[in-house]
Ligand binder design. Structure first.
Ligand code: ZN
Length: 251
């Protein structure tokens, strides 16, 4: 009898610990599963496509993490994975997008803009290639509804569309030698050091905090100049007073 009680107690303690851990690491676990799902789907591409997952590269102001890069004669696809559920709304140029989960709304940065940063960073690392070689793709890996009206060229897709979208690029823009060269540069520049990788996560969190604080203070999170109310074609908005040198727009 006593033995049974001990087992029961142990079970309760362990399951509570598991639940607490799951709560703390939920976002990280979901992110991990999402990236693995996309990596699996990309692994189904044929041999002409070379896939790199979770690439971290050094840039002029820190490091940039790219979820997936697919190198092929038809272009270099820079894939950003999003693991949001619910209804997703947003437009091509808005600062923020919104996910609506059971009536609760959460904002997140515009992934098209975000991925433009990744493309720019990769382009710099690989220097010498035209912009049309690089293709930005945003993939929503979880069950969600994309309530966005965005040009097809922006490549915002659900996971089941990912392969057909990549496959729809049929023009050869890179030679075999170029593909080899690009792959070897990515191979070389990808930072694998765990300490630097941890530092990157910390850096991103700090940047997010900093940007939020600057917005609260009415400042542009990009250049620090004050934001001013402007009237545009689609209504009024807060834009950076440093325009045209800085084109930041807050929603
Ligand atoms: Zn600015």
């Amino acid at each position: 009898m006593e033995k049974l009680n001990v087992i029961l107690l142990l079970f309760i303690v362990l399951s509570s610990v598991a639940i607490v851990l799951l709560r703390i690491y939920r976002a990280r676990i979901i992110g991990y599963i999402g990236e693995k799902k996309v990596a699996f789907v990309l692994s189904l591409l044929n041999r002409k496509y070379r896939v790199f997952n979770d690439v971290l590269i050094a840039t002029a102001n820190g490091t940039t993490q790219i979820d997936h890069i697919v190198v092929s004669p038809f272009g270099v696809f820079v894939v950003e994975t999003k693991n949001y559920k619910g209804w997703i709304t947003g437009s091509e140029h808005s600062y923020k997008w919104t996910k609506n989960v059971y009536g609760k709304k959460y904002d997140f940065p515009n992934p098209i803009t975000q991925n433009k940063g990744h493309v720019a960073a990769l382009k710099k690392v690989l220097h010498g290639y035209d912009s049309d070689v690089f293709v930005s793709v945003i993939v929503f890996a979880m069950r969600c509804k994309l309530k966005t009206k965005i040009r097809k060229e922006c490549n915002v897709v659900r996971l089941w569309r990912l392969l057909s979208r990549i496959g729809s690029y049929k023009n050869r823009v890179l030679s075999h030698a170029d593909v080899e060269r690009i792959c070897s540069i990515i191979e070389q520049k990808n930072i694998r050091d765990k300490k630097i990788r941890k530092g990157h996560v910390r850096y991103v969190k700090q940047q997010e905090k900093r940007a939020k604080k600057m917005l609260r203070d009415g400042c542009c999170p990009v250049c620090g100049a004050p934001l001013v109310l402007r009237n545009g074609k689609y209504g009024s908005f807060y834009g950076c007073s440093n325009y045209p040198y800085c084109s930041y727009i807050a929603k």
